[in-house]
Design a protein around this ligand. Structure first.
Ligand code: URA
Length: 437
């Protein structure tokens, strides 16, 4: 089957057969398709579209470009949570130990931060010694012994996605729902899960910002998961402002450890609330809880007794990290940083936060990546002080930049000041969980 024929079929608006889709993915993996042919087909797909059958077929072909994890000898139900990405979105680090303490196994394959969004692997690496590059046999051993294992994507998991994602990124073909679904689900389905809970973000810091589009994405992800026999559910959650208190790797890890220690302050409560909602969804669908109320009481016990923290301590130890960080999370907050406030220039109410700009600002001070090969500074962060709906007075602090140099702080403070809209009218309340799918 020649690439030109497949490209021409999609160019002319035809649905591709399963064989054509398999030939495309085989060509991506064995490099018999040139990058210009791959990107020509991606653009034809972006413009002409994929129907549901083609989308499932593409997901299956991408999944089968690698191997699936065999976790069949672990008796517990296997459940994971995946977020479409946000700013200050750190719930995985609370959810994984919490769900494990409540009786599910959590094999979590995570990503690194890119552009304006953070990544779980970077947050974990703020813990001295923590190894996210563990081979599968070790991953399974860790999962068996503490109920959670956390690692990055390996070459064996949906390798076609790595190549396709890089080409989509370079050719403006990322924001098309069937391509996003195939990309996310090919990786998640490889985990051999019983249950998958998706946190689909919506709002100014989300990858898909409009609520209607987030809803479409959530539905498509859930239908695809179910087609592949994984009990898949989604919550659509607010990303119109940074989640919780901090945006930045070490500080976010600190926030999660404070939550697991039962020491969350008010600014950290949204992170706790969302972690609880998502964990409850996992427990109910994994059938370790009989109802949402039952799940909530299990979660309260796991947090209150310290069982969730102990799961995380064990996991950190098994993955080479320093478990003493659980006793002294403040060690994650590095000394000698410059602190610069972002201040309000008028009185009123915070009515909007350019959350994308907040995420980019943290990348700009070194806390994230602009390009995949960039290194990350785990120490820097932005502290989100005022939230949408809060009243402010001129000169009051909206947020605090924790960075390395005053010159960075001055530059970023001005940009961040512009990211806040302050109006004379109090805006309507923002709900953290907008819908359940
Ligand atoms: N995240 C992914 O893994 N893939 C996409 O296409 C978009 C977001």
């Amino acid at each position: 089957m020649h690439p030109q024929e497949i490209i021409a079929a999609k160019r002319d608006g035809k649905a591709l057969t399963d064989e054509q889709i398999s030939a495309f993915i085989a060509g991506v993996c064995d490099e018999s398709w040139a990058d210009y042919q791959i990107t020509a087909l991606l653009m034809a797909i972006f413009i002409r579209g994929l129907n549901r059958r083609e989308q499932y077929s593409l997901t299956g072909a991408m999944l089968n470009s690698g191997t699936m994890m065999d976790l069949s000898d672990i008796d517990l139900p296997k459940a994971d949570k995946h977020s479409t990405g946000g700013v200050g979105d750190k719930t995985s680090l609370v959810i994984a130990p919490l769900a494990a303490a409540c009786g599910v196994a959590v094999p979590m394959i995570s990503g690194r931060g890119l552009g304006h969004t953070g990544g779980t692997l970077d947050k974990l690496e703020s813990i001295p010694g923590f190894d996210v590059n563990i081979p599968f046999p070790k991953f399974k051993k860790v999962l068996k012994s503490c109920g959670l294992a956390l690692c990055g994507q390996t070459k064996q998991i949906a390798p076609a996605d790595k190549k396709l994602y890089a080409l989509r990124d370079a050719t403006a073909t990322v924001p098309y729902i069937p391509l996003i679904v195939a990309s996310i689900m090919s990786k998640k389905l490889a985990e051999g899960l019983d249950v998958l809970v998706l946190d689909v973000k919506t709002g100014s810091g989300a990858f898909i910002q409009k609520y209607a589009d987030s809803l479409k994405l959530a539905n498509a992800l859930c239908e695809t998961g179910k087609t592949f026999s994984v009990n898949t559910h989604a919550l659509i959650t607010d990303m119109s402002q940074p989640l919780g208190k901090y945006v930045g790797n070490g500080f976010e890890m600190y926030e999660c450890l404070k939550i697991l220690r039962g020491e969350a302050d008010d600014a950290m409560l949204p992170t706790l609330e969302l972690s609880i909602e998502l964990t409850a969804c996992m427990l109910v669908h994994a059938r370790v809880a009989t109802s949402t109320n039952n799940a909530l009481s299990m979660i309260e016990t796991a947090l209150g007794s310290g069982a969730a923290l102990e799961r995380f301590r064990k996991n950190i130890e098994l993955q080479g990290g320093d478990p003493k960080i659980c006793d002294k999370p403040e060690r994650l907050l590095k000394k000698g940083l410059t602190e610069a406030p972002v201040v309000a220039d008028r009185n009123g109410f915070v009515s909007d936060i350019g959350t994308f700009a907040v995420g980019r600002a943290v990348s700009d001070i070194g806390g994230g990546r602009i390009r995949a090969e960039d290194t990350v500074d785990h120490a820097v962060a932005y502290e989100s002080v005022k939230k949408i709906g809060d009243s402010v007075r001129r000169g009051e602090t909206l947020g605090i930049i924790h960075c390395r140099r005053q010159s960075q702080a001055d530059l970023i403070a001005a940009k961040l000041r512009d990211a806040y809209k302050i109006s004379g009218v109090m805006p309507g309340a923002t709900k953290l969980v907008r819908a359940s799918v």
